[in-house]
Design a protein around this ligand. Structure first.
Ligand code: GDP
Ligand code: MG
Length: 177
């Protein structure tokens, strides 16, 4: 008889969080569309973007959620986090204040989603070498203490952007399969 060949469907919801202007929307724009906005406004944020990825020969869809700038008002809603299995918690290596906010974002993440959400700490804007306020070592130490993956990225020059998303998706896939 006829049996329909069907690939297994994996759809992982992943959220981007972190202070305003750390580069969340540009990380997603770079990853999903290979675009960068030098003077982006919070209005460029889409609700989410679905990106097909290949993990061990399996097609996996990452549904990556971006805020529309509401983090400025500390009003990211619980609906944003609902069902998330992965998170990129982003700071700007050239603004220490955004690194100091990480613990607050982790608290918020754990209040609104499963404790086991796969999380990577992302130090973005690694291209701003002369303006660096947070060392790579500090980022690593925080990530290790909190049990997070860690990476530094640049949405501007593309470095490590795909790896950041792939690290999360691969780990979720490994846990679930
Ligand atoms: P969001 O508020 O976290 O979504 O941040 P945006 O993605 O809107 O970025 C805020 C500002 O930082 C924009 O002017 C971007 O062009 C800039 N930006 C984002 N990522 C980078 C990066 O990796 N390097 C540099 N130099 N600027 C960036
Ligand atoms: Mg944004």
């Amino acid at each position: 008889f006829y049996s329909e060949e069907r690939t297994e469907d994996y759809l992982f919801k992943i959220v981007l969080i972190g202070d305003s202007a750390v580069g969340k929307s540009n990380l997603l724009a770079r990853f999903a569309r290979d675009e960068f906005y030098p003077n982006s406004k919070s209005t460029i944020g889409v609700e989410f973007q679905t990106q097909k990825m290949d993990i061990n020969g399996k097609e996996v869809k990452a549904q990556i959620w971006d805020t529309a700038g509401q983090e400025r008002f500390r009003a990211v809603t619980s609906a944003y986090y609902r069902g998330a299995v992965g998170a990129l918690v982003v700071y700007d290596i050239s603004r220490r204040q955004t690194f100091d906010s990480i613990s607050r974002w982790l608290n918020e993440l754990h209040t609104h989603s499963d404790m086991n959400v796969v999380t990577i700490l992302v130090g973005n804007k690694s291209d701003l070498k002369d303006a660096r306020e947070v060392s790579t070592a500090e980022g690593k130490v925080l990530a290790e203490a909190q049990g997070l993956f860690f990476i530094e990225t640049s949405a501007l020059d593309s470095s490590n952007v795909a790896t950041a998303f792939q690290t999360v998706v691969r780990e979720i896939y490994n846990i679930l399969s």
